[in-house]
Design a protein around this ligand. Structure first.
Ligand SMILES: NC(=O)C1=CN([C@@H]2O[C@H](COP(=O)(O)OP(=O)(O)OC[C@H]3O[C@@H](n4cnc5c(N)ncnc54)[C@H](O)[C@@H]3O)[C@@H](O)[C@H]2O)C=CC1
Ligand SMILES: O=C(O)CCC(=O)C(=O)O
Length: 527
């Protein structure tokens, strides 16, 4: 049974899809305190949140069974991504479903602010008919400065153009050509701050964007500028904003998000120039349905062994590319696991060679599976796709990917090489049409076997009688040989014997084999 905890309000539509999935047990418990959540989380395989639940390192530490965290929305700043990655927990979000709602809310806030609608409404509710006091300004022909032209920023730009505003935007990925195509103006951040009559921020909250709009930034702005934040609290320095409003530099601020959420008291709200909503940017029926469906679909995909569409702590790979590379995952993992058994020393370096067809595809996910196989022997199932590279780095192992079109007669060839202080071992495998995964080389020896089941690798001297002695000894241990391959460097030189056997070779049998004349080394590997 796969247990899912939903700890923030989520639309029914998504939950229905989860409920109709087999072997799923869903618990909805909204409004848990951090301590209650920490005490509860240990039994759950998946956690589904919006922006309220804080998924901290401490919570993750107390969640030994947690495999996936779903965020119904865009921002993942309430989730400790490093902690999730380190614990091998995949984080998925729903980045597209609330774009429209957030853009519409931004426009609603912009217009409400420029025409003092909330203030006038409030006055009227208090029996004050105030026409003179609430003189507004038009948006038409004014410049809207957009900081962050991603999904939402872009939608806001198009809507602002509909209001006949001039739009100037800054985004590290925006070029002058792209801006021109969109019919907006490109500016460096300083240009945007200096030229805009209205400014709206649409970046994520990151180390680099925390207090991006600070006292210095306000200094650059026009007197009487009005500012909107429907992205994340903390992008605007609230103390600096407060001072800028008091000093009349800023004539209005429309805030949907705050440095501390939720709150009942924030000094910005004491200022009549500030209008505010309690993080409602994504609060529409449509957005909530969209994000709940999207994130639940990813949880279902994860559960049923499919590919998640919106991973946050793993690069996402388009479906057509994934279809091409997915068949290699098992081969890659098996090669890694096979190879790690051949070396007793500490691994310092892993080189992965992608040849033939493989040199033309996105290989990062194959690399992760290879590294997963290498680490699995000593780290067990704790290592997965999410944390494999992180754990390798932590262990001081450097990973190199190499590509070549030359596949030595194969259509595709995956070679994995590990280097230790004094040794270098390698194994190569391929996917054969109709035959599946095969290991075709172990170090410089040519072989051909399926990487599955119980395998015994024997290094020995190429001499008559070795194979016979080895066969009799295995027979004494009731071990049946299913397949056997032999290759040698030269006549009478070093040789390799690869056996697939019907059951695991126990330690005593292994030691007896090693003790046989002319046998240098024996390794039993269960793949
Ligand atoms: N108020 C609400 O309820 C909602 C808030 N959001 C928030 O809105 C923000 C934007 O969301 P999306 O547009 O979906 O994200 P996105 O990832 O599509 O766009 C963010 C953009 O910010 C840009 N950026 C990053 N650092 C920057 C910097 N230093 N200066 C300028 N631009 C920078 C990125 O290049 C990217 O293009 C996020 O913080 C998200 O959490 C999203 C949905 C609802
Ligand atoms: O869950 C929500 O309502 C907030 C949405 C949001 O802030 C986001 O998607 O980043």
């Amino acid at each position: 049974m796969f247990r899912i905890l939903i700890s923030d309000p989520l639309s029914e539509e998504g939950i229905h899809a989860l409920q109709s999935t087999e072997n799923v047990n869903i618990v909805i418990d909204i409004g848990l305190s951090p301590t209650e959540l920490r005490d509860k989380i240990s039994d759950f395989d998946a956690l589904l949140v919006r922006s309220q639940t804080q998924v901290t390192r401490e919570l993750i530490r107390n969640a030994p069974n947690l495999k996936i965290i779903g965020r119904a929305g865009v921002g993942v700043d309430n989730i400790d991504l490093n902690a999730a990655t380190e614990h091998g927990i995949i984080v998925v979000n729903a980045p597209n479903g609330n774009t429209n709602s957030a853009a519409e809310h931004t426009m609603a806030m912009l217009m409400a602010m420029s025409r003092n609608i909330p203030q006038a409404y409030y006055a009227l509710k208090n029996q004050q008919w105030e026409r003179k006091k609430y003189l507004g300004v038009e948006l038409k022909n004014k410049t809207l400065g957009i900081v962050g032209l991603g999904r939402i920023g872009t939608e806001v730009a198009y809507r602002a153009k509909g209001q006949r505003m001039n739009v100037m935007a800054y985004d590290p990925f925006l070029t002058e050509e792209k801006a021109e195509k969109m019919g907006i103006e490109y500016g460096a951040i300083e240009d945007v701050l200096k030229n805009a009559d209205f400014i709206t921020v649409h970046t994520p909250l990151l180390k680099e964007t925390r207090h991006l709009i600070n006292a210095e930034a306000f200094q650059l702005m026009k007197n009487g500028v009005q500012i909107v934040n429907c992205a994340r609290g903390g992008i605007i320095d609230e103390d600096a904003l407060y001072e800028a409003i008091i000093s009349k530099k800023v004539a209005g601020a429309a805030m949907d998000v705050f440095e501390e959420e939720p709150f009942l008291d924030n000094k910005l709200l004491e200022l009549p120039e500030v209008i505010a909503t309690p993080h409602l940017g994504a609060s529409t029926i449509e957005a909530q349905e969209n994000v709940a469906i999207d994130v639940c679909q990813d949880i279902i995909s994860f559960l049923t062994g499919g590919t998640v569409r919106n991973p946050v702590n793993l690069p996402s790979v388009p479906k057509d590319i994934m279809n091409k590379i997915e068949p290699y995952f098992n081969l890659a993992e098996k090669l890694g696991l096979f190879l790690i058994h051949l070396t007793q020393e500490v691994i310092e370096e892993v080189n992965i060679y992608y040849a033939g067809d493989l040199s033309e595809v996105e290989v990062a996910p194959i690399t992760r599976n290879t590294v997963r196989g290498i680490l699995k022997r000593h780290l067990g199932n704790h290592v997965n796709d999410v944390n494999a590279l992180y754990l390798a780095e932590k262990k001081g192992i450097t990973i190199h990917e190499n590509k070549t079109s030359q596949a030595k007669g194969f259509t595709n060839l995956l070679k994995v090489e590990v280097k230790t202080k004094s040794d270098k071992r390698s194994v190569s495998g391929t996917l054969l049409n109709g035959l599946g995964a095969r290991i075709v080389k172990v170090d410089h020896y040519s072989v051909d076997f399926t990487p599955a089941g119980h395998i015994v690798v024997i290094h020995h001297k190429d001499q008559p009688g070795v194979i016979g002695r080895m066969g009799s000894l295995l027979a004494q241990h009731q071990i049946n040989i299913a397949t056997m391959q032999v290759d040698r460097s030269d006549i009478g030189g070093d040789a390799i014997m690869m056996l697939t056997v019907d059951k695991h070779l126990e330690k005593d049998g292994l030691e007896e084999l090693k003790a046989l004349n002319e046998i240098y080394d024996v390794t039993a590997i269960d793949l």
